[in-house]
Design a protein around this ligand. Structure first.
Ligand SMILES: Cc1cc2nc3c(=O)[nH]c(=O)nc-3n(C[C@H](O)[C@H](O)[C@H](O)COP(=O)(O)OP(=O)(O)OC[C@H]3O[C@@H](n4cnc5c(N)ncnc54)[C@H](O)[C@@H]3O)c2cc1C
Length: 474
């Protein structure tokens, strides 16, 4: 398996004449659409959170306010053969929303309204530009709960969550974003607007198009509205921390909790390096000698939560946990969860961080942890691993000095070995961040040429001109 530094240069060059003609057409036909053409403004849309990828400078950034405006922009871009990058809040970690040189970035941030909270059907109908945290806040005011919660929930949009099929801290109980989607409104590559699904909990009419668009990283259509599942707000969470003397023991505890049929709402892992970074950043009083820790939470009613955490604690002790701590009160628990969410930022205080996103069947987490450390050690790379252990999804973070010229080469050497190990275990090269620009070469290793062929056929059927986010995924 050989991956190379990804760049946007593999996308077809856009003719400057086509770009200029598109800008004239937008100005003439859609004067009401806010269009950023100033170089400084456009620069802000060159990268997402994968700033190390070589992304292109967009020709312009359109900020539509309605589905009709999105559809009209897409029709004009198609007419002029100018590629489009759909973009949410730009927090992606695979380069999916990174700019294409001379392309049109359509940022959905102004379409950020909740259209309806339907309590009887436990759904929310929303525009895509709303931030995940804001949607959670608004439905919470109605006593309801939207489950998907990427660690980035305060800085990522629902559209981006749909585009990536985002995961998060409570996937282990409530599933990935896809599991919360009942219906979509999508602008297709020719400007037609379709609706898939709706408010029905059960619906098997035809192909499952809703789920096809979720996770397609803006390559098949632009999502302009979503109907999402809600839950009645669960009780306040109860929280347990368990510290372990080795990575293998930590992984075994994860496998034991899953194997015991427990359904904690959070089952997160932080390794030694991450514990130190988070503790330095937030002064939490964590056990700094531990090889790793688990954050386990229950959102069951009080007695059931206590029983669930007792059973998780027993599984941790049997796997060799050296100490167990229960959060004293909800504020302390919130702090601990927030600290986990900010693990990447804490590591970034120490140097340049390159984050990966591998997944394995959950019983193989112990093996994956050992393989990650071994691959990093072989190449003398510092690695800090944390992640959604209850989903089998770990984020190895490679940490380099800011000016280390070997960072790109070493990142690729180590991550290729980790990818190969994950695939040997029946795992995946990306569990929630997406293939995007940064993992394209690894996709074929995982799925094989026939599956790539099927994916290409779907892309060709929905986007025959190849104008929607070209060069991403494939
Ligand atoms: C500190 C930090 C922590 C993170 N933690 C997590 C985590 O726990 N779990 C997780 O899954 N991710 C995580 N991420 C990654 C990122 O936040 C998610 O991928 C998120 O879903 C991206 O949302 P966004 O609005 O920023 O999308 P963007 O980055 O703008 O776009 C992401 C992709 O979606 C497409 N897209 C955006 N809007 C639309 C639309 N309306 N229609 C069609 N396609 C669209 C884009 O083309 C792109 O391919 C984290 C990132 C950071 C920086």
């Amino acid at each position: 398996m050989a991956t190379t530094a990804a760049s946007a240069s593999s996308t077809p060059a856009v003719s400057p004449d086509a770009g200029a003609a598109l800008l004239r057409a937008i100005a003439a036909q859609l004067p009401e659409v806010r269009l950023l053409t100033d170089a400084v403004d456009r620069e802000a849309y060159r990268n997402d959170e994968t700033a190390y990828l070589q992304a292109g400078l967009p020709l312009a950034v359109a900020l539509p306010e309605s589905t009709a405006q999105v559809a009209a922009l897409v029709r004009l871009a198609a007419e002029h053969r100018v590629p489009i990058v759909p973009r949410g809040a730009g927090s992606g970690l695979s380069g999916g929303a990174a700019g294409i040189e001379g392309g049109l970035t359509i940022a959905l941030t102004r379409m950020n309204r909740i259209l309806e909270i339907d309590r009887a059907n436990l759904v929310v109908v929303t525009q895509p530009g709303i931030l995940n945290a804001e949607l959670k806040r608004q439905v919470a005011e109605a006593g309801l709960f939207y489950a998907p919660d990427p660690a980035s929930y305060e800085i990522c949009s629902i559209g981006g969550n749909l585009g990536t099929n985002a995961g998060g801290l409570c996937c282990v109980k409530y599933g990935q974003t896809r599991d919360s989607v009942l219906g979509l409104e999508v602008v297709l590559a020719d400007g037609r607007v379709i609706r898939t699904g709706g408010r029905n909990v059960k619906d098997v009419a035809g192909y499952a198009l809703t789920h096809l668009f979720v996770g397609s990283q803006g390559t098949l259509g632009i999502i302009t509205e979503a109907t999402l599942r809600l839950h009645v707000a669960p009780p306040q969470r109860s929280t347990l921390l368990a510290f372990f003397p080795s990575l293998a023991a930590t992984g075994e505890a994860v496998a034991a909790i899953v194997g015991a049929g427990l359904h904690p709402v959070t089952l997160e892992l932080l390794d030694h390096e991450t514990i130190l970074a988070v503790d330095d950043a937030f002064q939490l009083g964590l056990e700094r000698d531990a090889a790793a820790m688990l954050l386990v939470e229950s959102d069951l009613p009080a007695t059931a939560a206590a029983a669930e955490l007792d059973a998780a604690a027993a599984a941790c002790e049997e796997s060799g946990a050296t100490s167990l701590v229960r959060a004293e009160d909800p504020t302390e628990a919130d702090w601990l969860r927030q600290a986990r969410r900010l693990a990447l930022r804490a590591l970034e205080k120490q140097g340049t961080v390159r984050m990966e996103d591998v997944g394995v069947p959950r019983g193989r987490v112990p093996e994956l942890l050992v393989e990650i450390q071994a691959a990093a050690d072989r190449h003398g790379v510092r690695v800090a691993t944390f992640g959604h252990a209850g989903d089998g999804n770990l984020h190895p973070n490679f940490i380099f000095d800011h000016d280390d010229p070997r960072a790109p080469e070493l990142t690729h050497l180590v991550r290729d070995e980790i990818f190969a190990a994950a695939l040997r275990m029946g795992g995946t090269v990306t569990a929630e961040h997406g293939i995007g620009l940064s993992r394209r070469e690894a996709l074929v290793d995982q799925v094989g040429p026939d599956v790539i062929d099927v994916m290409r056929s779907i892309k060709a059927a929905l986007d025959p001109l190849g104008i929607l986010n070209p060069g991403r995924v494939f």
